[in-house]
Design a protein around this ligand. Sequence first.
Ligand SMILES: [Zn+2]
Length: 325
Amino acid sequence: MSAATIVEAPMPLVAGVDVGGTKTEAVLLDARGAELSRARVSTRTGPAGVVGSVADAVAAARRAAGPTGRGGLLRAVGVGVPGAVDAATGTVGRAVNLDVEDLDLARRLEAALGCAVVVDNDVNLAAVGLARSRRPSTPSLAFLNLGTGMGAGVVLDGTLLRGTRGAAGEIGHLCFDPRGPRCGCGMTGCLELYASGSGLLRASGGVPVAEVFARAERGEPRSSAIAARFSTALAEAVRVLAQAYDPAVIALGGGVFASERLFLPRVRRVIGEWEASSTFVRSLRIGERLTVVEATSAVAATGAALWAAEIAASTAAGSAPALRR
Ligand SMILES: [Zn+2]
């Protein structure tokens, strides 16, 4: 008797990839959604660079998963990109940090990887990752990302919100101060001019976040004013999410949150002041919904994989164009 006659079908796998400005992170999941491995590679810019970085990261994650990863059948790959993405076509309109404009990323990756590929904005996929991987998972969650700008991904009643023009969650360009400076978007005094990493650097003349808040703690007037505006604008952003979408969880993430212990108490204080004067704001219990995400790219990669798996599962025929939505 020989055991060699038993041939096992290759294990179906899905991968999720987060393409960051410097690192591209991939995660490999099995058919039940359990994580098998993770890998990171340096991001190369330009169209060919981005396609190659994603393919390299997926290959590295397969190697890291051992025989299961190398021999498994890749069913679908989800990719999160920082920039304007048409999720219906998998096309990246503009991603400045990646030196990409109008890249048909899904189609090029399908050719390179030999499986269906879905592409979405990284903040949207981080929201999916956070909502689905919480225990228990939550049907409604908003993820507010503060980096160079401010934007939010929103999962409401289990569905990722995009809207008609993909602008759902674009709260960074809501007006915070009508007398404020002109924003890159053409409007005036937008929230992201005050509550974002780059906004704070501009206001402080290049003094880093941690230093601004340290100086504010010592009572230095200019830093105190900048810290107060930052905290109030961030609290406003959180309140907008609570009132517009009413998610159970409002997760805050992005590079700025390495300094969360410096400014989160101030944000909570601002919310507390509103609650003291407004029964309506008090009824929202905003403070109880707040949480901070430490590793945004890891969460976005997981979200990308889970999103790809869900779309693959819901497309019985498994044809690539139908996978995108
Ligand atoms: Zn703006």
